[in-house]
Structure formats: C-alpha cells, structure tokens
Design a protein around this ligand. Sequence first.
Ligand SMILES: *Cc1c(COP(=O)(O)O)cnc(C)c1O
Length: 415
Amino acid sequence: MTHFKLDGFDMSQKAVNYAADSAVMKTYGRVEIGFVRGEGCWLISESGDRYLDCASGIAVNTLGHSHPWLVQALTEQVGKLWHTSNLYRIPSQEVVAKMLASLSGLEQVFFCNSGAEATEAAVKIARRAAYERGDAERVTILCASGGFHGRTLGMLAATDRPLFRTGFGPMPDGFDHVPFGNLNALRDKLGPNVAAVMIEPIQGEGGAREVPDGYLLGVRAAADEYGAVVIADEVQAGIGRTGQLFSYEYSGIKPDIVALAKGLAGGFPIGAVIASKAVGDSMTPGTHGSTFGGNPLAMAAAKAVLEILSGDGFLTEVRRRATHLDKLLVSLQTQFPKIISELRGRGFLRGIKLSETIDLAFLVKTLREDYLLTVPAADNTLRLLPPLTISHEEIDLAVAKLELALKAITKHDSK
Ligand SMILES: *Cc1c(COP(=O)(O)O)cnc(C)c1O
C-alpha cells in the first residue's frame, strides 16, 4: 500500500482527527467512519467492521457494491477508452440512449453527470421548447413544496427549502411552488406563463412522500389543458428503486421529460434527461452541452445496470422482496405505534415517519452503532434505501436492528 505523509497528516493512520485536520470543505457534517470496500449490501470500514448498507450512497448503488456484472463492464472499459468528448459520436452513448428511450417510451436522451444537471437540463429543454413554438413568455416552472431538485442556483430556486438558499441569493426568477399533492392549487397557478410542472412522484429528501392517488393523472390533464409540459424528477425514485423502472409508472401517466441520475450507473457519476421528440427537437447543436456527459465509462456502467434491471423477472423480484420489507415494517409499526407515525414510500424507497418526540439523528446514530446504515430525510422521516439486490435474510436483519434500536429509544425517552 502506498504510504502518504504530508505535513504530519498520515493517511495510513486509522484514528486521525479528520474534522480538525481535513482540507476538505466542511459542507457535510460527516460521520467519522471511512469505508474501504463493499460487497453486495455490505460496507467494510478501515477498521474491518461490516455495516449493512440500507443507504446505498443515497439511492446510488442500485446493485449493491462490487456487483460482478458492473465490475466486469467497467473494468473492460477502463482498459479501452475513458473520454473523447461529445465532439465525436460515442457509440456506447447511442446504445444507452436507445435503451432509455425504449424503456420510457420517449425519444431523445441528453447525458450529463449529476442529478442537478439533469433537472436543470430538463428545465432548459421545457423553456426552449416553448420558445421555439413562439411562446417565449412561457418560462415559469411550477414545483412542489417539500421537493428537492439539486444544489445549483437554478435548482435551489426550484427547491422549496429557503434555508438552503440563505446567503446564496439572488435566486434566478421563473420558479414557483405549489402545495404538495394539491391539484386545485396547481390548477390555480397554471396559465400562459407556465412552461412546465416539475414533480418527484415520490419525494425522496422530502421524506419518502408519495403524491396522492390520481394526482399525477390530474397534473398530466391540467398541464395538457394549459399548454405546459410535465417533468418527472426521477433522480432518486427512478431506476427500479420503487419496484418499477420509473416511479411515475404507478400513476399511468407519461411525462414529457424525465430526469435521472443517482442509481442509473450503479455508483458511477451520471445524469440523464429523457425527452419526447416534441420538446427534444428544440435542442439544436450548440443549445446545451457537457464535457464529461455520456463518457464511455459512465455509459459502460449505465448499460450494465440497465441490462440487469430490464432482465427477465428482476423487477418482479425487487417488488417481491419489497413486499417482504413492507410486511415487517407494518408489524414494527404495530409494535411501536407511539414511535412510528406513518410508513411511507414504495419498493426500496421507504420512509418511517417518526413521532415528533423522537430524535431522528439519534436513531440514525443508534442504528449505525449497530452496523446498520440508513439516511435521515425531512419531516422527521428515517429513509431505508437498500440496494435493490438486498436478500430476504438481509431485510430480516435490517428490521431486527430497527426493532432493537426502537426498543432502546423507547427506554432512552422514558428516562
Ligand atoms: C439527489 C437529487 C437531486 C440532485 O442530484 P445531485 O446528483 O446531488 O445533483 C435532484 N433531484 C432529486 C429528486 C434528488 O433526490
């Protein structure tokens, strides 16, 4: 192993005080565990401890860690070609674009490198399509309260979290918000200035909140009536996470634009926007771009993920295992009715909304100390985002750990 020594900062040392010494900007309140290896649903730390991963790098490691099909695909590509730029045709990009188009029933794909870039591109496409139709006033993007679309300036304006914006103003114009799941409120805001409605069919960061039954059908109809397009932000909920390839499939609607990222390449950075021909045709040469977007490494990883996900019976099996998790969670709620106020989400984007008296951060920490990784979300909701490949036994283990932690918390709270 290479041994780095830099001004007394010894990277091989196990117990460095990173918080004090780190040159990494402190944009995260990081946990002091460093992982060095991953196997399936397990992460192994520097000190050799094994953690059951129900976080998946925030819904990224779709097929867990070190999945042989992904390792092979990426390893082969690493030895061939990394990057050429979009000045040239990228053959594997054509293949992945065709896969995404056929899986979504839409026609055109733009590749970028992250979720915020995908949602931002989705907004640009919606506005440009209106502009090209001679409807240049149609610029407003309607978003839902409690949503999350990313951290660029544009996506901060789209995200209804005023705290995220503090000190970063001025915000770009052209974004407005409607109360989550309220169709009448949305209809009130629709008009000749609205280019698009951008919605997460299941809010991830917002607390694994699913829009009410029939809501997306209503959004689709209202958007059509008022000449706006529908953007589904599937950055977190897409790519099989909810048991369907795209979470909007449960509603029966077809969006005009779909933003993807997190799980699409199983851990390799990627973003993608799928668009109908009607809106995609407005994006002519020079209107948008990305240096790294759709590079051969990302394409090899995405192709491998999509091959597995669209394989025979894979998503059926995901739904079967998610049903098992659901059963266990329902009985956990019966056992702790005062702690668990609501079960949320679908498939493996699950939320456990805790009653107000429960400290979410403390629960996440308690679980981590028992080697189970979970993710906190807004609205005092604990998120479970395991790899889609999690086994029955691993689900049993995760819920057993949850049960223990909830028992401990009950004791902690009664003190
Ligand atoms: C994470 C997320 C984003 C932003 O993705 P980044 O890759 O962090 O830029 C956008 N939308 C949703 C729904 C997300 O969950």
